[in-house]
Design a binder for this molecule. Structure first.
Ligand SMILES: *Cc1c(COP(=O)(O)O)cnc(C)c1O
Length: 338
């Protein structure tokens, strides 16, 4: 019952992705509380498996896991050095000249890394900015220099090769470890691996890592079951009417638990022992209704996320991506880490 998180599967996925980039060190991206699955559980397990490089988005996320990891774990903060931030024990990834000079004046001698913009135009120094401080930055010995790909989940997209070329040009002659690939970049092949790879979503069972082991199972308790007669409606807005006599089960989760309202009448189902029970009517704040007519007996719980309907299938029905399904998972149902 509730949300089951298979830590063993996360470790297996990390090892599988690391094995695809044998020339590089494999980091683990645990931002947004380990993609919603609990960084305090995920990060120590991956450290035990051999990971020494971790990435978070914000310094506060880094501070939360710092006490849980031994001193030789490096926790890199992707948002870099924001004014006034406490970065004790963390490694800011400096994204702009402003961050670079702020960091070097307030944390001289402390570890840092650099992010360059190779074309995504989101974070990182532009080529001209980098040219202006490159010598000073290299002299201060950054842990690594990284950039990020905009289209790595589309192997044929021309932006991949263009970003690779730009990254190579900006880092030519820098005797510093380099990092370009997240999950998608690992799968693009060795040209993209450099010295450090940064898998995130693939660890947690998400696309584009098609061979990932599934990590999450979400089982929701059935509160009530009823017979709905032909012509009767189910749920807010009367968006669904029974065409025939239908058994409808109501389960205890809704959009307040991250079960996106877009799943209403989307083709998504709840599952019972491999049998699909289509969601009917609207997902409401705390409740979902499903057609369980196909079941001879309604179990205590129905699965929304399971082998038959993994996170990317749920995402497809909701019109989004697995990342958003994971990071939306709620805290109201019990969580178990296996
Ligand atoms: C989120 C993120 C990653 C991990 O990406 P995935 O696609 O989840 O593997 C790596 N690097 C940066 C800069 C990121 O923002």
């Amino acid at each position: 019952m509730g949300l089951q998180i298979d830590i063993g599967a996360i470790v297996a996925n990390w090892k599988a992705l690391a094995a695809k980039a044998p020339g590089a060190r494999a980091a683990a991206v645990v931002k947004a509380d380990g993609y919603g699955l609990g960084a305090a559980h995920v990060a120590p397990a991956l450290y035990e498996a051999g990971a020494r490089d971790f990435f978070v988005a914000l310094a506060q996320e880094g501070r939360a896991i710092r006490p849980l990891l031994p001193d030789d774990a490096r926790i890199n903060v992707l948002s870099g050095h924001m004014a006034g931030e406490d970065l004790t024990g963390l490694v800011p990834v400096l994204n702009s000249p402003e961050q670079f000079f702020r960091d070097r004046t307030t944390r001289p001698g402390q570890p840092f890394a650099i992010q360059l913009d190779s074309g995504m135009n989101r974070l990182g120094m532009e080529p001209a900015e980098w040219a202006g401080l490159r010598d000073e930055a290299i002299a201060a010995r950054p842990d690594f220099i990284m950039s990020h790909l905009a289209c790595a989940d589309e192997p044929d997209h021309p932006a991949n090769a263009a970003q690779l070329t730009a990254f190579r040009q900006m880092t030519e002659g820098c005797d510093v470890p380099l990092s370009l690939a997240a999950t998608g970049g690992i799968l693009l092949g060795p040209d993209y691996h450099f010295d450090l790879v940064r898998p995130g979503v693939g660890l947690y069972g998400g696309m584009p890592f098609a061979d990932a082991r599934q990590v999450v199972r979400l089982s929701l308790p059935v509160i009530q079951t009823r017979s709905v007669q032909p012509g009767e409606l189910v749920g807010y807005g009367a968006t669904w009417y029974a065409g025939a006599a239908t058994r409808v089960a109501t389960v205890a989760a809704g959009y307040a638990d991250g079960v996106l309202r877009a799943l209403s009448s989307s083709g998504a189902s709840l599952y019972a022992g491999g049998v699909a029970c289509p969601i009917v009517g609207r997902v409401s704040m705390d409740l979902i209704t499903a057609d369980v007519s196909a079941l001879s007996q309604v179990p205590e719980a129905l699965d929304l996320i399971c082998d038959e309907q993994p996170i990317d299938a749920v995402a497809y029905f909701a019109g989004t991506i697995g990342y958003e399904i994971l990071t939306s998972l709620g805290n109201r149902y019990p969580r178990t880490w296996l």
